[in-house]
Design a protein around this ligand. Structure first.
Ligand SMILES: [Fe+2]
Ligand SMILES: [Fe+2]
Length: 430
């Protein structure tokens, strides 16, 4: 696989898993999410605006950019219940609102909603006004309408709704208009009172970015952090991140000695620096939770034959670090602890770079080996890919899982097996 294909591949796998309806809530740590199914029993697509209109007792509901310039589907008939229809229509024509008023944070929603109920003409040009207009969001249609305010029509295959505690999760997958074949998946949390927050946003194109165990090296000890609380898991991550520093320092030296291009050597040095940053970030987060971080022993320094270097790279880099980058991306999307999410966004971006470096090292190193050595390395990599299929979610308390954005068991398996399939399909194609 070419190294530049790593990032889009990981984003695609994550979007596929988070976008899978059965996993949409479990993937992001929801523990009590119950699928809500009545929305799409009979049709492939339907007007959610019309359902909401009926429920709220409105005659008409549409998104407008001024007067009678309506977007998309209009629900109901304007002024149908008015005692003076002409007066109502005149008022509707002259109704104006803030064109950017429904936008939320960085989410830009153009236009505002207008509605009629009897003689009344209503403009809703702020999220709270729209929520007040359509009533309690314990109705799944209302929750979907508020979350996807720019979409009066819902395509059933692209929207998944689940109830959780006293809120509703709405997950929507759509193609990215400007990128061939790309998709984005957004999950919104909608409270009963209609407040909408964007819980996660995943794009399957290389835009941005764990318990990342990092790149291990020959002889690196595993440690037994038994705790399954967030502090222990962060301490464990800090230990492995620190261990990865030595792995990359050694890789850089070995690449230099074996005559690798300067670009590869300096990427390995850069990766070692990244790992120093990751280790510090994880240590800070662990210590903030009262956990103690153990320092790893030094990595061995001796330079090995190129075949050994390439084998370790194939297993630890091409497979395990690529998987770690995927989990890091999941955490960057799902962690509820804001400091963890922020740290993981940067770490995920770096880890994708390390996975991509591994594939670049493979391209360079394996081309220099004889066919039988190449075959041995291919079978080590294939065995490591096979091992991915047995990956289990790390033991973690529900609180730790949510805080750190770790995948639930089903999502962890789906991530690993989807990745295994994607790597198998592409590993030996350059
Ligand atoms: Fe790392
Ligand atoms: Fe790494």
């Amino acid at each position: 696989m070419r190294s530049e294909a790593v990032s889009p591949l990981l984003h695609r796998v994550l979007a596929a898993v988070l976008g899978t309806t059965a996993l949409a809530t479990a993937a992001c740590g929801g523990t009590s999410g119950e699928p809500v199914s009545p929305l799409c029993e009979a049709s492939q697509a339907y007007s959610v605006a019309d359902k909401v209109r009926e429920r709220a007792g409105l005659d008409f509901l549409a998104r407008s950019s001024g007067g009678a310039s309506f977007y998309g589907d209009q629900a109901g008939v304007a002024c149908s219940g008015a005692s003076n229809r002409a007066a109502c229509q005149g008022a509707l024509e002259s109704a104006r609102g803030d064109l950017n008023g429904l936008s939320r944070g960085k989410e830009y929603i153009y236009g505002y909603y207008v509605a009629t109920r009897g003689d009344e003409v209503i403009v809703a040009d702020a999220p709270a006004e729209l929520a007040a207009l359509v009533g309690s969001a314990d109705d799944p249609n209302v929750a979907a309408f508020l979350a996807l305010a720019e979409l009066p029509t819902i395509e059933c295959a692209k929207v998944h709704i689940s109830a959780r505690d006293d809120e509703t999760l709405v997950t929507h997958t759509r193609p990215l208009g400007c990128i061939d074949g790309g998709t984005e998946t957004r999950t919104y949390r909608v409270t009963r009172s209609g407040d909408v927050t964007l819980e996660s946003h995943v794009r399957d194109e290389p835009e941005r970015g764990c318990m990342v165990e990092g790149r291990l090296h020959e002889g690196q000890p595993r440690i037994a952090y038994d705790g399954d609380d967030a502090g222990s898991l962060l301490a464990r991550a800090a230990f492995y991140e620190a261990g990865s520093v030595g792995s990359f320092v050694r890789l850089a030296r070995e690449l230099r000695v074996h005559g690798a291009p300067r670009e590869l050597v300096s990427r390995a040095v850069g990766a070692a620096r990244d790992e120093v940053r990751h280790a510090r970030a994880m240590r800070r987060l662990a210590e903030r939770r009262g956990a103690t971080v153990v320092r790893p022993p030094r990595a061995p320094r001796a330079v090995r034959p190129l075949e050994d270097v390439a084998r370790e790279n194939a297993v630890e880099g091409c497979v395990r670090e690529t998987h770690a980058a995927l989990v890091a991306l999941h955490q960057a999307s799902c962690a509820r602890d804001e400091a963890v999410r922020e740290a993981m966004s940067g770490i995920a971006r770096d880890e994708i770079g390390h996975a991509s470096l591994a594939w670049a090292v493979a391209e360079w190193a394996e081309a220099r080996l004889d066919p039988s050595a190449r075959e041995r390395i291919a079978s080590s990599r294939a065995a490591a890919i096979e091992e991915l299929r047995a990956v289990e979610a790390p033991d973690a308390t529900p609180e730790a899982r949510r805080a750190l954005g770790l995948p639930e068991a089903a999502a962890a398996r789906a991530l690993a097996t989807e990745l295994a399939a994607a790597l198998e399909a592409r590993a030996f194609v350059s």
